[in-house]
Design a protein around this ligand. Structure first.
Ligand code: T4K
Length: 419
């Protein structure tokens, strides 16, 4: 058997494959240079252009640019007047930001368990989590696969809840023939460095609600009635007023310079990740100790292919996930964990009394999940290296009993092979 690199063997590849490396083209670099030379680098015309193009792309009447998806989610909760005494339901299988913003408003984050196959908020569990204090739900399109939005919207309607979609992973996703970003009153997108569309840091909030757009724009820049672009573009300084204490959540023209070109290349980048995804599916099918993603058929639904996550069959392996990832790292393959469920984080346990055992499906996934590199900056050889490394590590750590039972099964199926 080939020796693992972490035990002194040869790594699968000579250089480290970074998990989540962004793909930045020459167009983005030229646009950023143009912005820097222009002298207008803060919120300005390129942010306005990016917002207009993104709103067309997302089939959303309005798109408000901000400096992160966290800011987008927070602003949505603020305009919905979420406050102490309110409850907002979300999934525990998400990045902490989804729950943190609920805490920032004074409302209580209430978790509801996920569907084991899609890893998304289970509509049945959402319904069970609703109390007379529940005012909103934040479904997260985990890994880029849309939540069951028809069921969630029906539950929300029945119970008078607001829906804010967390589409940090799902910029290119469609749900049953409709573009993610156009379905609910609010949808938040992330343009962090590792995301499918990146502006280094950044985010967008889409909405169809004309009545809140102006307030969102005011709140993202300190609560001022005029942003700097409006104040200076007519030539001279125009005085401004603080309408309410807002936030420093605006995007800049440097970020938007990246965004407009990332948006143009989005489909091509998705095609690259789709090819890599299929290579993983094929190369890892049937590998003992490892399970690949299996999603239900859903006509008109498109996966944004943000994260390719495998689940380790820990019962069949002689090591835990940390050692498995360490072994992959020694093979020069970077990996990630998405996510340690939020209710297992210290703050949420100490503040709200959440405990292990509260959300068994999220915990099962959270304990076993490993995200493999998936980025348009990779080529097919990179993906094949990942497959080779996962196979090598899984085979090495397969428990002897598992190997023996596979051998018995093989003998039963193919008695002639026993010569
Ligand atoms: N909702 C969900 C479901 C989310 O996943 C997120 C964010 C949010 C909401 C909030 O979105 P934002 O407010 O951030 O827009 C990250 C990010 O901080 C976070 O944005 C992201 N989700 C979360 C999944 O991951 P880390 O600590 O796991 O990623 P990090 O910074 O260690 O980077 C991962 C890999 O990417 C590294 O191996 C190195 C590589 N990398 C990173 C950077 C920054 C690069 O190659 N280049 C880079 O510039 O947290």
């Amino acid at each position: 058997m080939t020796l693992l690199a972490c035990e002194g063997g040869q790594p699968v590849r000579p250089d480290f494959l970074v998990f989540g490396r962004p793909k930045i083209g020459e167009e983005e670099i030229a646009e950023v240079a143009d912005t820097l030379r222009s002298g207008w680098i803060g919120f300005g015309p390129k942010c306005l252009r990016f917002e207009a193009e993104f709103s067309r792309f997302a089939h959303a009447p309005h798109a408000v640019s901000v400096n992160s998806a966290t800011a987008a989610l927070h602003l949505a909760l603020i305009v919905l007047d979420m406050r102490r005494g309110d409850e907002v339901v979300t999934t525990p299988l998400t990045f902490a930001a989804t729950a943190n913003v609920i805490v920032h408003t004074g409302a209580r984050p209430v978790f509801a368990d996920v569907d084991p196959q899609t890893q998304n908020l289970d509509p049945g569990e959402l319904e069970r989590a609703i109390t007379p204090r529940t005012r909103a739900v934040i479904p997260v399109h985990m890994t880029g696969w849309p939540c069951e939005m028809d069921a969630i919207a029906a539950i929300a309607r029945k119970n008078g809840l607001q829906v804010i979609e967390d589409a940090a992973h799902a910029v290119e996703a469609w749900y049953r023939g409709r573009k993610i970003g156009s379905l609910s009153r609010f949808t938040a997108f992330s343009f962090y460095a590792t995301k499918n569309l990146t502006t280094a840091e950044g985010g967008m909030l889409t909405t169809y609600d004309d009545s809140v757009v102006e307030r969102l724009r005011i709140l993202r820049l300190h609560g001022l009635d005029k942003d700097a672009w409006k104040r200076y573009s007519q030539g001279g300084f125009v005085p401004y007023q603080t309408l309410e204490p807002g936030f420093k959540y605006n995007m800049t023209d440097i970020q938007a310079s990246l965004g407009v070109h990332q948006l143009k290349r989005l489909e091509r980048n998705l095609e690259v990740r789709e090819r890599l995804w299929h290579l993983y599916d094929e190369g890892l099918a049937g590998v003992e100790g490892v399970r690949t993603p299996r999603l239900p058929a859903s006509p008109g639904t498109r996966h944004a292919r943000h994260l390719y996550t495998i689940q380790l069959d820990l019962e069949k392996l002689s090591v835990d996930r940390a050692q498995f990832m360490k072994a992959l790292s020694a093979e020069n393959i970077g990996t990630g964990i998405h996510f340690v469920p939020v209710h297992l984080h210290r703050f949420y346990q100490n503040t709200y009394g959440y405990r292990r055992g509260d959300f068994p499906e999220a915990e099962r996934i959270g304990d076993r999940t490993v995200s493999l590199p998936l980025s348009a900056s990779m080529d097919e050889d990179d993906a094949l290296d990942v497959v080779t490394a996962v196979r090598k590590v899984a085979r090495h750590y397969l428990l002897r009993e598992t190997v023996a039972s596979i051998a018995i099964e093989a003998e039963t199926v193919m008695p002639d092979a026993r010569v």
